[in-house]
Design a protein around this ligand. Sequence first.
Ligand SMILES: [Zn+2]
Length: 387
Amino acid sequence: MKKTKKKVNKKRVLILFLVILIIIILIFLTLNLKSNKTLKDKGYNNLEIIEIEKLTKSEIDTILKYDYNENLIYMIDSENYNPNKLNLYLKYTSKYKDIDYLKMFELINNNEFKETNIDEYVKYLDKYDISNTIKYVNNLKNDVELNDTTNGFLSEKYFIEDNLDRYLSYYEKHKDLSYKEIVKRINSNLDYEFYTDSKAADLSKGMYTLVNKFFYLDKNYVPDDLVDVTGIYARDKAQLKKVAYENFVKMADDARSKGLTLKVTTGYRSYSFQSTLYNNYVKADGVKNADTYSARPGFSEHQLGYSADLTNKDNVSFYEFQYTDEYKWLKDNAHKYGFIMRYSKENEYITGYVFEAWHYRYVGVDVATYIYENNITYEEYYEYFLK
Ligand SMILES: [Zn+2]
């Protein structure tokens, strides 16, 4: 009796299990058939359905919310396909049928894409490239219109939104210049006059502080942690900020291992010393000439303590330094120690100083390397990355 009851129980459990299994299989099949059937009803062909069925259930549900989309398969097969954006792809490729779906796909995939701006984007998508369209609509649309000129500026690597009005008005007066050249000039403030539109240097930038003919230091400004540069590292005696000194020493030691000698002639210069220096040059040479090679007091990078004028074992003059092996070596190595040649030949009109092969500024290895590799001035670097 007991035995039979046990057997019956076992049987019941087994039957129940089978029934549940069959129900599950039936539900699954019906659902699958249903989605398959609905996809078919939507107009997808068998090949398309095979591709769609590789997606997750929730993606398929999203697809079923929309009418047949002839570009769906291309989008889901693309390496840039993002399942989280499937709904947006379907919504806007069907809403804007005149727009090339690839453009719409790329637009939606862009990191700066904002759905609320979609109607604005589509106004420009036909004519201008996607990233410029997004930049323009997201940031600028109230100020200026997007046309070939603004588009030209938007395409520039160092384009700065806040400077667009200045690019455009400079362009009006200098239509012969390229967009690239105008961006370079405006980012270096060349639409202003040297020394007439100057502001206090932003010392909160620390070792990145920009001092030039637009940014000056107070006459009482003296950097802290200046250290003496002496012995084999200096012609006589000089001073530099500690970090600049330490990296100069590394650079000079490595140069020495190549048989080269680097010595500092001047590092830090006080406001009053610069004042005497500049005034003597003016007396001898007139303001106009003096301004091309000497900074007015307060406007000298030497007052910051991060700049060094260099010579070699023969104590060659500033002018002769460009012909030395030391200069040749510095050209391709200074950046590895965080130094940049601050006043290059090709950028005399940007810096306002004649070529100074001997003048190096410490800005740290990362910044110096970027400037070296991209061949830009510190003015341009500062405006684009640091300001
Ligand atoms: Zn100098």
